[in-house]
Every structure is written in structure tokens, then in C-alpha cells.
Design a binder for this molecule. Structure first.
Ligand SMILES: [Zn+2]
Length: 256
């Protein structure tokens, strides 16, 4: 269950600031005392704990200054720490965001309470339980002979080339979303859509489902609001692209 009260643990204190995680200089998670100290220093920061996964988590305001520690991007944390550590950090990040946003019953407007048995919230009026929300997304590496399709976005991360990605829409299968996103964003069709793996991407709450697909037909016709540039790149000629720790990196560098 999730509680707004912290649990004393020595090794699972997740302190988050923006899209970064706060660590000791040696790369370990900060002490429970450090977490309490920061909570006292920034009383408006949001905190939760989850008994099943034995962590306490604190989200600091962006302007917080934390001494005696270092701050690294979540992406880098995922790359440098174990799968279990990454899971706990990703879960803490998603739950912090969700518990902060999800305060009222969507059906009747009453204030929600934390459930006693589940990591969820419930409405005292309608007794409906609400579970932390995740947004399923697809990400796809399209292949054409020995080259791969990479795109530069128009509005985000404009300095790197990435894979095509997007939210799965209501009623779609993930494969349907792969086909539609590629067609919409660059105008080509794909076939042989293959599932490769998944990754939690808690910015704020995505689950990335990674696929490869083969080029089938069509010429580039870019959706200008989304895509500034698209191209086929050989393995030896990959431009600046997503860093290790992301599912995009694993797709591009054939690490699945
Ligand atoms: Zn209600």
C-alpha cells in the first residue's frame, strides 16, 4: 500500500528533483536521515512510501539545493544501476506524480483516500478504487536492408535523431499503433512488426513497448508539426541519438 508517511529504511530512499535522482557521491541512495532533513527543509515537497516495495520517496521542488550529494538524470541511473534498483526508482517516480495529481474522485468529486490493502486510492462515497495510471506507448526501429530509420523531432530533443514513438490510442493494438505512427509521421508503410521488449519511462507515466519493423512501401512525407527530418542510417553512420539507459538506445544499437 502507498502511504503519505515515510518508512525508515537505510537503502531505499528515493529523492527526486525534476527528472533527476539524488544520490550519495558514491552512487548509492541517500540515507533516511537525509530524506527527513530535506523534507524539513522543503516542507512543500511531496512524499510517499510503499510498504511492499520498501521504499520512501520525496519529490523536491525544482529550486531545491541539496548539499553533500550528486544529482543524475534518471536515464543515467537506469543505465548504471540494477534492474531492481531501476524498477524501484521508476515506480517511486510514477507514484509520486500520480498521488500528487490524483486527489478527487472522477465520478463524484469527493476527496480520495489512500487504500489500506492496495497501492491505490479510493473514494469514500462511491467505494471505487483508482490505481496508478500508466500510458502505453510504442517505439519502433524501422529497417530497410542494412539501414535504420531515425527522425529528428520538430519540438523536443531537436539535437538528436530518435526512433518513431507515440501513444497507443483507444481501441488500438500495439502493432496497429506502430503501423499508424510510422505512416502518420513519415508517410511510409511497414510490415513484419516484431515485439522486442519494454521499459517503464516515468516522465511522467509511460510504458514503452519496443518494436522493430521492416520498410514496406512509400516515400517520405513528413508530418511537419512532429518531424523536422528523417533519414536512413547505416550502423557505421548513426548520428547523435538517445543515450544509454533508454529503450531507444537498445533498439538502435541492437541490444535486445
Ligand atoms: Zn466518488
Amino acid at each position: 500500500m502507498i502511504t503519505p508517511n515515510l518508512i525508515k529504511r537505510t537503502d531505499r530512499n528515493i529523492i527526486i528533483k525534476d527528472n533527476n535522482i539524488i544520490l550519495n557521491d558514491n552512487g548509492t541512495l541517500p540515507s533516511f536521515e537525509k530524506l527527513l532533513e530535506l523534507k524539513a527543509q522543503y516542507p512543500a515537497s511531496h512524499c510517499i512510501a510503499e510498504r511492499e516495495n520498501a521504499f520512501s520517496a520525496l519529490e523536491l521542488p525544482d529550486e531545491a539545493e541539496v548539499s553533500g550529494t550528486k544529482e543524475i538524470a534518471f536515464r543515467e541511473y537506469f543505465f548504471t544501476h540494477s534492474e531492481e534498483d531501476s524498477y524501484t526508482a521508476a515506480r517511486a517516480k510514477t507514484l509520486l506524480t500520480w498521488t500528487k495529481k490524483m486527489n478527487f474522485c472522477p465520478k463524484c468529486g469527493s476527496t480520495l483516500a489512500y487504500c489500506k490493502e492496495e497501492s491505490a486510492k479510493e473514494c469514500p462515497e462511491c467505494s471505487v478504487q483508482y490505481f496508478p495510471k500508466i500510458e502505453p506507448c510504442i517505439i519502433v526501429l524501422v529497417k530497410k536492408e542494412d539501414k535504420v530509420l531515425l527522425v529528428r523531432h520538430s519540438y523536443r530533443n531537436q539535437d538528436i535523431f530518435a526512433c518513431i514513438a507515440g501513444f497507443i490510442e483507444a481501441g488500438e493494438s500495439a502493432e496497429h499503433a506502430v503501423y499508424r505512427e510510422v505512416k502518420e509521421e513519415v508517410g511510409i508503410t511497414v510490415r513484419n512488426i516484431q515485439y522486442k521488449g519494454s521499459q517503464s519511462w516515468p516522465f511522467p507515466d509511460q510504458l514503452m513497448l519496443a518494436y522493430t519493423a521492416d520498410y514496406d512501401s512509400g516515400e517520405f512525407s513528413l508530418q511537419k508539426e512532429e518531424i523536422a527530418e528523417a533519414g536512413w542510417f547505416s550502423k557505421e553512420n548513426i548520428p547523435a541519438s538517445p543515450k544509454p539507459g533508454s529503450v531507444a538506445y537498445r533498439l538502435i544499437h541492437n541490444l535486445f
